[in-house]
Design a protein. Structure first.
Length: 296
């Protein structure tokens, strides 16, 4: 892939057309009771900070049914249309990756990318959707992007964010192209802020209770973000969690006895070390078949 379409749908959940959604659901669901239940779910609204907010159009962002309905809606509006467009119009390789209302599309040729973007805008208009003008962009990306941009006197290839990672055009030690994925800095700061708030709430719990909770937080973080090439961000997250825990323990009493030596023993006891949890793609997707000898 040489070009990436990094797209974002403006106010997707609030602009979701309920009339079209009902047609899509009726295509798969014949039970009228289920359809009426979904209609009631859409009209129920959400409760935030003890306040109930009604939704007159679209699906409430944060409602438990919204992600499911978003996938149903975009399956008919986007997924099926993209498959037809690829077979009818694409002149080269094309890759699509979508999760709920977030998606990226990769192209080999710039002409295909521009034509797809134009046709996608027309497609979305029919279903009351619109691409965000500031967050939708077409960038040069891939194994040849750095060299091609350098020859034109441009800077390094741009990066794009998708599913919690910033994707970067990198290189291995022997100079080969490597798609690097690092944790989005904004996501990292938000998670640390949540950990700080929860630690304050758990300040007077015993050290084993706090340690077990922090260990579960780190394991969950590692299981998602500990991909090859992201060890620095993963280690930084563990280091900051460790620092926040020490601050919490120091503030439990005016008589501060939490020295670094004592805290190091505690953290090593409860906090798992930062290590890569996922294999390289070349290992994950490697498949070997072993032929059988002909029958005699």
């Amino acid at each position: 892939m040489n070009w990436i379409l990094d797209a974002d749908i403006s106010d997707f959940f609030s602009k979701l057309d309920r009339t079209w959604l009902r047609k899509f659901l009726e295509h798969r669901i014949a039970d009228k009771r289920i359809l009426r239940l979904i209609d009631k779910w859409l009209a129920a609204g959400v409760i935030e900070d003890a306040k109930c907010t009604k939704t007159t159009e679209g699906s409430a962002q944060g409602a438990s049914v919204s992600p499911l309905l978003a996938n149903v809606y975009l399956h008919y509006v986007f997924d099926r249309w993209v498959r037809q467009w690829r077979y009818k119009h694409a002149r080269s390789d094309m890759i699509v990756s979508r999760f709920a209302d977030d998606f990226v599309v990769g192209f080999q040729y710039l002409g295909d990318a521009r034509q797809f973007l134009s046709d996608l805008r027309e497609r979305f208009v029919k279903f009351n959707l619109e691409l965000h003008p500031d967050k939708t962009r077409l960038i040069e990306f891939g194994r040849f992007a750095a060299q091609n941009r350098k020859e034109r006197g441009l800077k390094k290839p741009e990066t794009f964010d998708f599913l919690g990672f910033t994707h970067i055009c990198g290189k291995t030690k022997d100079g080969r192209f490597w798609l690097r994925r690092v944790t989005i800095k904004k996501r990292l700061r938000m998670k640390l802020k949540q950990v700080r708030t929860e630690l304050r709430r758990r300040r007077h719990q015993s050290i084993p209770e706090q340690g077990r909770w922090l260990a579960s937080v780190l394991r969950g973080h590692f299981n998602y973000y500990a991909v090859p090439g992201n060890i620095d961000a993963v280690s930084a997250f563990r280091k900051q969690v460790r620092r926040l825990w020490r601050e919490t323990l120091r503030r439990r009493s005016q008589r501060n006895r939490m020295t670094w030596d004592r805290f190091s023993r505690i953290s090593d006891r409860w906090l798992p070390p930062a290590r890569i949890a996922h294999p390289y793609p070349s290992v994950r997707f490697a498949a070997r078949t072993q032929g059988r000898s002909p029958l005699r």
